[in-house]
Structure formats: structure tokens, C-alpha cells
Ligand binder design. Structure first.
Ligand code: SAM
Length: 284
């Protein structure tokens, strides 16, 4: 089957990685003229007007914004493309590779009776915390967040490193009580509110699984520095946004940490890319 992916951003790149060997990716199409004539992983980026002449069997719309995706649908019709169309954002509304991996990892940790508690840095309204709490009902869940949005300090460091990140006011719409209401076992939650790492308890426990989802370079770097020594042998740090185009600092922090500790991050094919760091020995 010959396909074209419409959208060469994060969604298109993710979909490109997920294709099976029997699918031939002819091209990425994009409405941004600056991308035309370029290549991504050896695949050309074309103008949408070229789609009909390439005669694909299927066009995938890989654009997350629902309004933009539906305007691409009419654009395809106007261009004279009458073949089948699939929508990545409709698929990703129901399928979550990140959560699937966390569920499978939780099973491994439980079956191997790995000791240690669970932590999350970057909680916001508690969507992933709820899942962690459900998967590990017998373990404490340490939740680190300002619960008031990105901390000024981490944002200032990000502005110097990645001036393109413009999410200053994001994630302020939350509170500790709102998060606790989400959790199936709220008694297991240990709320660590405030700027991380200042919010670290004075005698932190060892952890079996740590979910790092604070988006910014400084926060991910601090998270890795603090949690790696606290991880039990065989424990896992799961870092979200490893290949994010919106938050490049997360990937930068992981790469630096892995170079320093001679680790190979295991990349996952979820939308913003996650990376797994498994602690093989106490001295790694
Ligand atoms: C992407 S959100 C977390 C999303 C959440 N995991 C979910 O599933 O919906 C990122 C969160 O990280 C928090 N954050 C980032 N850096 C932080 C730091 N250094 N200390 C405390 N909170 C931080 C922000 O306040 C924000 O709530």
C-alpha cells in the first residue's frame, strides 16, 4: 500500500515511525511552503497540490488540531483527491502508547516484586497520576508539582536555552484537592507541592518507578539527577517529551544525563516521544 502523510510535524513524524513494513510512504505533504523540497528521514516533503499526481492508496492526516485536520479534509477534496483518508488525531484520542507502556511496565514491576515507591514529577490535574495510583494500589505515590503551573525559575532557565518555548501560563488550572479527587486510592498519595527539587522530602524513600513529565529542561535535568540515585536496582525512570518539538529541553536533558552516565535511553513511539532509563546496577 502506498500512502502520503499530511503534516510533517510531531504527528506526521510519529506516524512515519509506526508504519508497518508493507506500507510504502511516498511523501509527507505540508501546507508550510518552507518545508517543501526538504526531506524527513529520507522521505520528501511535498506541496499538497502534488498529492493527486502521486496517486496514493491512502492519505493520513497527521494534524492534532481537530479544526485544522477538518480543513485539510476539504482541501484534499478541492485538490481533486478522492481516495480514502485516515485521521491520526481520531486514532490517538483512543489509543495511548505512553499509557500502554506504563501499564506493561507496572505489570513487570509487580510480577517481579520489585521493592520501592512510585513518583511523578509533573502532575498538573492528575491524569497520569490517577493511572499510576490505580496500577500500584499498595505503594505510596509521591506527587511533585507546584500545582500552580510552571515555576518561574525553571521558565527563566528555559527562556535562555530554548527561547521558542512559549507556554508561560500553562498548567495553572489545577489544585491539590482537584488531583486527590481524581485518585482511586488517595490515602497512598504523598503531596510534595512547590518548586522541585526544593519540595523533595528530607528523607526520601527508594523508588521502583518514576514518571518525569515536567516538560522543561531544568526540571527534567533535576529530576534525573535526584531520582536516579533513589531508584532501586531494576527500577525505571520514564521521561515524557523526549522527542518533543514543543519542549526540546526534555530531550536535551535526557541526552546529557545519559552521556554522563553512559546509559542508552530506550525511545518509545508515542506522540511526543518518551524515553525509558532502566537502572541495571547500583553503581551505574
Ligand atoms: C505536562 S504537565 C504534567 C501533565 C500530567 N503528567 C498529566 O498527565 O496530565 C507539566 C507539569 O509540570 C510542572 N512542573 C514543571 N517543572 C516543575 C518544577 N521544577 N517543580 C514543580 N512542578 C513543575 C508544571 O507545574 C505542570 O503542572
Amino acid at each position: 500500500m502506498k500512502i502520503i502523510i499530511f503534516g510533517c510535524g510531531q504527528g506526521g513524524q510519529t506516524l512515519g515511525n509506526l508504519l508497518s513494513a508493507s506500507v510504502r510512504l511516498l511523501a509527507f505533504a505540508d501546507n508550510n511552503p518552507q518545508t517543501w523540497g526538504k526531506e524527513y528521514e529520507g522521505i520528501p516533503v511535498i506541496s499538497p497540490a502534488q498529492i493527486p499526481q502521486m496517486d496514493p492508496d491512502l492519505v493520513w492526516i497527521a494534524i492534532k488540531n481537530p479544526a485544522a485536520a477538518s480543513s485539510v479534509l476539504s482541501q484534499l477534496q478541492d485538490l481533486g483527491y478522492t481516495g480514502p483518508v485516515q485521521n491520526l488525531s481520531a486514532l490517538l484520542d483512543q489509543i495511548d502508547f505512553r499509557l500502554a507502556t506504563i501499564r506493561l511496565l507496572a505489570k513487570e514491576i509487580r510480577q517481579r516484586c520489585l521493592p520501592g515507591e512510585i513518583a511523578e514529577l509533573g502532575v498538573h490535574q492528575g491524569a497520569s497520576a490517577r493511572e499510576l495510583n490505580r496500577l500500584f494500589p499498595e505503594r505510596k505515590l509521591y506527587l511533585f508539582d507546584t500545582f500552580q503551573g510552571f515555576p518561574e525559575k525553571a521558565l527563566a532557565a528555559e527562556a535562555e536555552r530554548n527561547p521558542s518555548v512559549r507556554w508561560k501560563d500553562a498548567f495553572q488550572d489545577t489544585s491539590v484537592s482537584q488531583v486527590l479527587e481524581q485518585l482511586p486510592y488517595p490515602d497512598q498519595a504523598v503531596i510534595c507541592a512547590g518548586y522541585f527539587p526544593d519540595s523533595l522530602p528530607s528523607a526520601p524513600p527508594r523508588f521502583a518507578f518514576v514518571h518525569l513529565d515536567p516538560d522543561l529542561y531544568e526540571s527534567v535535568a533535576q529530576g534525573l539527577r535526584i531520582f536516579w540515585p533513589l531508584l532501586v536496582c531494576g527500577g525505571v525512570i520514564f521521561v515524557h517529551d523526549y522527542r518533543s518539538l514543543q519542549f526540546p529541553g526534555a530531550g536535551q536533558a535526557v541526552k546529557e544525563f545519559c552521556r554522563k552516565h553512559r546509559l542508552t535511553p530506550l525511545p518509545l513511539p508515542d506522540l511526543h516521544g518518551s524515553a525509558l532509563l532502566v537502572k541495571q546496577s547500583e553503581d551505574s
